[in-house]
Design a protein around this ligand. Sequence first.
Ligand code: ATP
Ligand code: MG
Length: 428
Amino acid sequence: MSNIRAIRGMNDILPDVTPSWQYVETVIGSLMASYGYSEMRMPIVEQTDLFRRGVGETTDIVEKEMYTFLDRNEESLTLRPEGTAGCVRAAIQHGLLNTVQRLWYTGAMFRYERPQKGRQRQFHQVGAEAFGVASADMDAEVILLTARLWRELGIAEDVQLQLNSIGNAESRNAYRDALVAYLRERVDALDEDSQRRLASNPLRILDSKNQETQAVLDGAPSLVDFLDEESAADFSRLRELLDAAGVAYSLNPRLVRGLDYYNKTVFEWVTDRLGAQGTVCGGGRYDGLVEQLGGKSVPGVGFAMGIERLVLLLEECGQLPPAEASADVYVVSFGDSAQTEALAAAEQLRDALPGLRIVQHNGGGSFKSQMKKADKSGARLALIWGDDEVAANTVSIKPLREQNNERVGQQSVARAELEQTLRALLAV
Ligand code: ATP
Ligand code: MG
């Protein structure tokens, strides 16, 4: 029988890697709290219509990347490909949008893409959404939050901020017409995807990775020249705020982002250290989305970042914390009554010294084999119980690591003094 393996593009995150994820998650969690963002947890499965309406019919995601299926009740459901639509759906449904609302979430997202480094079919995002403020101070806030994250993770030098404004719907329509007119005259020089998009979603052509298409775009009209007054004013205020805060950015007039719901500010944090999958974080303003999903007209701005890419980048930059041993203390014992003692003592220690990682040897074995396991665990101390210890009501403590370049010898302490001795030896 052939072995069952994980689905292509859906990776196991193994124990040697989870500490890196936990580190990133911990830093992000406290950063979000420090800006007043509250965590939300939404379902992984939603009605397919949510994404059709929320992400946009002609986006890559909806056209070809969604995991969509009929449930047993013949209802069309989709594994969430991104978090904003679900977050907005939940915020409307539970009446969270009557006031300014700062929310964040993290979790698995699903897109049927070609798997490669930094691109999976199940991947993980952290996202934040700020609702209820239409002015550029809120755009600045979410960007400053991300900038602080890079500093806290030690990668501020390795990511660059790209910024653009795509204006309101009217200015975008006017620009779209001008762009389409320009490109129609040069349609043969466009790649196949872009030719298709000329009819369905021409702004996405700006995003094309094809070099010939990019060359055609060099002469194309620029979105900046079509910006409505309000968007232009907001954009210059945002830049003022970022300048004052010392956040560097470059203007990228071709930055449009893949999702339909954006207006005004769009931004991406990119790195050149991850090859083709260089966008670590993307976001922008989406003032029409809440209404489009059935809520009142409430402006919003937010971002999402890919945790896989972030962890890869931290690794690439040597900014992951060093691997830690999984135990502080390893408990070994010989014979039933010794094991009974050892188990009770380990429980008492967990009560008395919370946070201390105590691994108990289970399954018996020779002194040599148990001590080998103790050593391999990375623990600093082994606690040893045998017949002698049980008889004398003591426990032997064996240091497993050198301290200040010397290894202290084994000592025997009275059972009643174990906790005190450990406190002193481990400085806890
Ligand atoms: P890309 O252009 O790389 O496909 P995108 O514009 O589709 O990215 P968004 O929908 O903006 O990405 O998602 C925000 C972030 O989530 C991305 O910047 C990236 O870090 C991450 N991300 C998106 N798709 C994937 C994926 N398939 N695998 C891993 N991370 C992803
Ligand atoms: Mg994509």
